[in-house]
Every structure is written in structure tokens, then in C-alpha cells.
Design a protein around this ligand. Structure first.
Ligand code: MSP
Length: 471
């Protein structure tokens, strides 16, 4: 039994939760549930990123006090996570007094790697980062992700000397001590690391008020990423609590767009604090909408609540964990979503459960005590490598195999011919195969898996309404 710590990126609360946010939570939840199945002790962080200019700007635009604004939105995010069936153990808000105090302590511990200097450069408030002149030129002066012109800023800031840690980070990435997944992102990060200048880690209060004050300098506020990245350890109680029982994290789930912060600044911070690096950075792809990046201006933003309400939670998790590839960008369309629900979830799994339970009840099949076997090696290998959509495919192939087996074994003919013993053996085998598969499905579809377990426990009773009703 191991202690396993799993983390998710903390979203900015400058709007309602969107479909992309669901990816970090759902993937981490699969990881947490899989480790629980293996018998590990799991600690699972989620949270909200509540500082920075874009949140401040949004609250001003709405003419509400910024604290009220983030309080309201943080609540929405908590409800959203719960609605996804995600069972985190710790929730951190970056405006929590405890988090802010710990951030300041982290700053002080890093002080020998911090210096003050003047900087002039191009800044994107959407990304909350400076871009190089080259990047600004290549993007024709506007951020492609946020479709806004870069701002020219000239400030006196504090800098974090990334160069103090570059060799160690390079070594950790290259050797796999800090594994970056998918593998091809590793080379990308090594290149970025080589090009990475020291990072500006503060903003003058004249430019940004909404943040953690820099200790000992009232004129400066901490850079939002320094504050945000710290959440992974402040939530465990660092620095006043020894976090060695949980840290390093087994896996940190982030979108590919923010991997650079996690692969460069974050390890530099940890090395500066004398802490080990996370074992794995899992960077997932983007959810596209009709083949395009979701954006308000294109008008193709998919509302996760609408998706949840359409066919329920299992359908949501089914689609986003199986049809959305764990690592590659993948497309959401309502047509694909409806088809996956009707043809796969309802047809393959829902009908299978209904058929087996009805046959079992009608023929008084008794299962006896069912003991779940060890999970198959192929499945574990995929899960251990964070290939979740592939592991889900593997489990689903077993669902389809059981359907084929029913058609071949024809238990209804055995019943008709009164071949009672053969029928009992055949049904027991089919139901046990289903329950074995159900175990593999449980990290992905916890609600459905629970219902299936209940249906085949003790007296087998088919559900009154199908697991996935026709809609
Ligand atoms: N606040 C930072 C993260 C700090 S972590 C120390 C941030 N927030 S965010 O709200 O912009 O993004 C939160 C997460 O959602 C990121 O992992 C990001 O990649 C993910 N996604 C945002 N849009 C997405 C898609 N369209 N598809 C998949 N995930 C995407 O960055």
C-alpha cells in the first residue's frame, strides 16, 4: 500500500467552468480511483486560481468587489467538480489566508534565487506571461490563444533565477526522473528550458493589486503563476507541515497549454525549496468544438452543464474519457456525443446488463459469492502509463466480447431445453465476466459501476428503468 498524491491544474475563476476544465478533474479522478482499487492511500487536490489581472479586470467590468466575485465563482467550480463525480480530498483557493501566508514563506525560502531588475517587454494578460520579441513578431503582435494584442510593459520586477536550476531540470526531464507525458512533449520542454530566461515573478502594485503581497516590499505583488503553482504544496500544509508522506506527487494533470509552467518554473521552485520533483507530468490535449478551438468569438463554446444534462454523468465521463484521447486534441460535437450514448453506452453496456439480469432472474440463477480477480495486466499496463482512453477501450472490448459470447452461447436455448446445469454454468460465467469488466470500468464510470454491482449482488434483479434510457 502506497501513499499517492494526485493534483489538477487550478482554473482561473474569471468565468463559468468550461468543458476544458473537466478534463483535468476527470483524468485525475480516474487516476485516484484506479489507485484506490489497487489498495493505495490517495490524496487528491483540486482548487481555484483566484488572483491576477484578468480576474481583477473582470470583476471591475462587472462592477462587483473582486473578493465577492471570486467567492461566487469558486463556489460554482466546487459544484461543477462535484457534479462530475470527482472525489477530491483537498480543495485550495489561492485567496485562502493560509495559502497566501504559505506563498510568502515560499518566497522567502527562495530569496537567494530572487533579484530585482527593470524589464520591458510584451505581455499577454490572458496567458499572464511575457512573451519574447520573437514570439510577438511571429504572432503579429497578438496572442493567438486570447486573440488580443500584446501589451508593452515596462516595470521594475523581482526575477527568479531559473538559470540556477536549468542543469538539474534538464537532467530530471531527460532521465525521466520527472516523467513528461506524452513522450513527444519532453523534447519540446527541453527546448523551451534551454531558451528560458529568468522569470519575472512580481508586478508593481500600480499594475496589479489583486495578488499575494511580496514579503518585505509593499510596492510589489507576486506573479500569479508563482502563487498558483505553490498551491500543490501549500494545500498539504507546506512549509509548516512536513509533507514527505505525500510529496512528491505521483501525477500532476495539466493541459498542454500550461505544461511549460509545470515543466520549467515549478521544478525550479521545488529545487530552490529543496523538495523533490513530481514523478509525472501528464499533459492532456485540448477539447475542440466542431474541429476548432473553443472561443467565445467563434461562438462554438460548449457548455459543460448542458452536456451533463443531456444524458447524465455516465455519458459525460464516457465521452470525455474514451472518445477524447488522453493526450491528443479531440473533437466534441453533439452528433458524436449522442451517437456514443445511444450506440455504445446504452446499446453495448446498458442492454448487456438488462439482458443478463433479466435472464438470471427468470431462470433463478444464483451467483454465489463473487470475488473480484486481479486486474488484467494489459489494462494495468495502460493505466500505469496514463493511457486512460486506451485502457477504457480495452475494458470496452471486454463488454463487446461478453455480448458476442451471449449470442454464441444462447443461454435462452439452454433454458428452453431445460439444460439447467449448463445454463447455470453459462450464466455464472457471463455474469462474472461482466463483473470483472465492471471493475475495470469503475474508475471511468463510477456511478454506473456501482449500480451494476448492486444489480448482481445477492438476488439478481434487473433495473426497473434501463441504466441508460433511450432519449
Ligand atoms: N490558472 C491556470 C492554471 C494554474 S495551475 C497551477 C490556468 N487556468 S485555466 O482556467 O486557463 O485552465 C485550467 C485547465 O483547463 C488547464 O489545464 C487547461 O489546459 C485546461 N483547459 C482549458 N481549456 C481547455 C480545452 N479546451 N480543452 C482541454 N483542456 C483545456 O491555466
Amino acid at each position: 500500500m502506497k501513499n499517492i498524491y494526485i493534483t489538477t491544474a487550478i482554473p482561473y475563476v474569471n468565468g463559468a467552468p468550461h468543458i476544458g476544465h473537466a478534463m483535468d478533474y476527470c483524468l485525475a479522478d480516474v487516476c485516484a480511483r484506479y489507485h484506490t482499487l489497487l489498495g493505495d492511500n490517495v490524496r487528491f487536490q483540486a482548487g481555484t486560481d483566484e488572483h491576477g489581472n484578468k480576474i481583477d479586470l473582470k470583476a471591475r467590468e462587472l462592477n462587483v468587489p473582486v473578493q465577492d466575485y471570486v467567492d461566487k465563482n469558486a463556489k460554482k467550480f466546487q459544484e461543477f467538480v462535484a457534479g462530475l463525480g470527482v472525489e477530491y480530498t483537498d480543495f485550495v483557493r489561492t485567496t485562502d489566508a493560509g495559502h497566501m501566508r504559505r506563498c510568502q514563506e515560499i518566497w522567502q525560502k527562495l530569496s537567494e534565487h530572487i533579484y530585482k531588475a527593470k524589464y520591458e517587454g510584451w505581455y499577454c494578460t490572458g496567458c499572464e506571461r511575457y512573451v519574447t520579441d520573437k514570439e510577438c513578431e511571429e504572432n503579429h503582435g497578438a496572442c493567438p490563444d486570447h486573440q488580443k494584442p500584446y501589451e508593452r510593459l515596462s516595470e521594475e520586477n523581482y526575477y527568479f533565477r531559473i538559470s540556477d536550476f536549468k542543469d538539474k531540470i534538464r537532467e530530471a526531464i531527460s532521465s525521466g526522473e520527472m516523467l513528461i507525458l506524452p513522450d513527444y512533449r519532453r523534447t519540446e520542454m527541453l527546448k523551451l528550458l534551454d531558451e528560458s530566461p529568468d522569470v519575472s515573478i512580481s508586478r508593481p502594485v500600480t499594475q496589479l493589486k489583486w495578488g499575494v503581497p511580496v514579503p518585505g516590499d509593499e510596492s510589489q505583488v507576486m506573479y500569479v503563476w508563482l502563487d498558483a503553482l505553490s498551491n500543490y504544496i501549500t494545500v498539504l500544509g507546506y512549509p509548516e507541515i512536513d509533507i514527505a508522506d505525500w510529496w512528491p506527487a505521483e501525477a500532476e494533470f495539466v493541459g498542454k497549454d500550461i505544461l511549460r509552467f509545470h515543466a520549467i518554473i515549478w521544478p525550479a521552485m521545488l529545487l530552490g525549496l529543496g523538495l523533490p520533483l513530481p514523478r509525472t507530468l501528464v499533459s492532456h490535449g485540448m477539447v475542440l468544438s466542431n474541429g476548432q478551438k473553443m472561443s467565445k468569438s467563434i461562438g462554438n463554446v460548449v457548455d459543460p452543464v448542458e452536456v451533463l444534462n443531456r444524458h447524465g454523468l455516465d455519458a459525460f465521463r464516457y465521452f470525455f474519457l474514451k472518445h477524447i484521447d488522453t493526450f491528443q486534441d479531440s473533437d466534441f460535437t453533439w452528433e458524436k456525443y449522442d451517437a456514443a450514448y445511444a450506440n455504445e453506452l446504452a446499446n453495448d453496456l446498458g442492454n448487456l446488463v438488462q439482458r443478463l439480469a433479466t435472464l438470471a432472474q427468470k431462470n433463478h440463477i444464483e451467483l454465489g459469492e463473487y470475488v473480484a480477480p486481479k486486474l488484467p495486466e494489459e489494462y494495468c499496463a495502460l493505466m500505469d502509463n496514463y493511457e486512460y482512453s486506451k485502457a477504457f477501450d480495452y475494458a470496452w472490448e471486454q463488454v463487446q466480447k461478453i455480448n458476442r459470447n451471449i449470442d454464441e452461447l444462447k443461454p435462452w436455448s439452454l433454458a428452453k431445453n431445460c439444460e439447467t446445469e449448463k445454463l447455470q454454468a453459462c450464466m455464472t460465467k457471463l455474469i462474472c465476466d461482466l463483473l470483472d469488466t465492471n471493475q475495470m470500468l469503475s474508475p471511468f464510470l463510477p456511478t454506473a459501476a456501482k449500480k451494476i454491482t448492486a444489480i448482481f449482488a445477492d438476488q439478481i434483479v434487473p433495473p426497473e428503468t434501463p441504466l441508460f434510457p433511450k432519449q
